[in-house]
Design a protein around this ligand. Sequence first.
Ligand code: ADP
Length: 559
Amino acid sequence: MTKRIFHSICFTATAVITASLVMTVLVLYSYFAEVHHDRLESQTKLTAHSLANEGMSFFDGLNAYDYRVTWIAADGCVIYDTSKDAATMENHADREEVAEAMENGYGESSRASSTLTERLIYSAQRLPDGTIVRLSCSQFTVFSLMPKMILPLVVIIVFTGGLSLFIAYRLSKKIVKPLNELDLDAPLHNTVYSEIMPLLERIDAQQNELKHHAETLRKKQNEFNTATENMNEGLIVLNNKGIILSINRKASELLSISSFGVGKNLLELNRSGDLRVIVETASGGELAETVMNIDGLDYHFSASPVFSDSEAAGVALLIFDITDKEKAEQMRREFTANVSHEIKTPLHAISGYAEIMQNGLVKPEDTGEFAGRIYSETQRMITLVDDIIKLSKLDEGANTLMFEEMKLLDTANSAVQRLEQPAAEMKINLSVGGDDVTVIAEPQLVSGIVYNLCDNAIKYNRENGSVSVLIKDCGDYAQISVSDTGIGIPPDKLDRIFERFYRVDKSRSKQVGGTGLGLSIVKHSAALLNAEIEVESVVKGGTTISVRLPKKQRQQVPA
Ligand code: ADP
């Protein structure tokens, strides 16, 4: 900008100086031409006067160096000429100045000379006798002045040019200095030139707009960060070169990438081959997924391409923990295998007994016993199928539960009543006692819990043993404890007895008609009721299983 101002000032100064010089020359020239002209006129008048008085003798001894004098008769014939022989000269009546003098008494004219630097000026005066005297002289043209004026002109141009350069340099610096010192962070605080105030106001408005945009962006970024930071899933956003644009806390932890990883290439920070494959596939515009095991947990990696104007502009990588899902899948597979196995055994037995009977290998008196075995195997299967159905209903979750007020003593009494026969067979004493507590719960689930616990307490008891159910009011919750005097459970097996199909002693369980699902049903039911289970057992001393049941269920019961 300084340069432009400097050039502009130089150009203006040069133009002004040149114009001034040209005008000065022209004014001077016209002044001197006028003086010259006036002198010629007065000289013509003097000559006319003398010639009128003296006649031809006027020319005697006349030294006409400066002027050429021509005396012309009234008809235009040249009488005398100081430069030429009058007899050889043509008639001058048609000369402009002569014709004008003849008519008006005085006339003048000018004509170009053979050279550019001179021109001839004429002045004619009519004498009283009608003759005309004409004076002429040469006058320099403006071009003739040039050689004489070159030196002073050069001096003037050099001086004024130098002065112009100096002034232009200083001026341009002075004009630009305040502009360079503008405080653009506070545009309206500058009071330099009023002409640039609209520009500063515009800058100020744009800065405010930018600040507003930046603030909005910052808020959105914060919202995004807050949302992603609290996610249980890992989230990484990459650009199309694999550079990390954003990574949340969970993803940083899983891939061991610190927050300084932003701006770096993901595949350089984590060299997993599977990760490379899915990121590169997604960069090519296709969804890619893989499962990776990190610290013993299974994680599903899903890399989706992010499109901008139908071109893959980046990749969004979502990482979620599927360990529970995998576990559930595994459990389902195991459960199916167990169910098949459990059903296969009685079916084989039934099929075997039936085949023996069909082949007539059973004596008529033994038919009843074989039919009894088939019946008991069938009963085992029915019990098993019933338990499986109960479990699958519990798997459906809390949506189907109907909570209502119920008295725990009544529930315990009715469960115990249903077990009186098997208890009597083993001469086991059954008792129910404790506080008369009312709770809000699902009656079928509570009844199922008490029934299963009492059933086990009888099955794994000894003859002449006892089973007691104790209900206790513990403030916010009620405790149902089922104690027996049975065989007890070894301490190292206590953790496993709630697993599906787990039995401490398989043959004993089968012998007493166990399915291996009773305590699974108890555990599942307790979970749906937000209840806690506690087991205390002494081998050969007896077992007490307690269930702590909240008196009022929370609004939402976890599935
Ligand atoms: P089951 O149908 O075999 O009884 P459960 O799931 O009810 O299956 O119980 C699992 C295992 O826990 C039983 O096989 C048994 O070994 C053990 N068990 C359960 N309750 C008792 C108890 N009161 N005393 C001793 N052992 C028990």
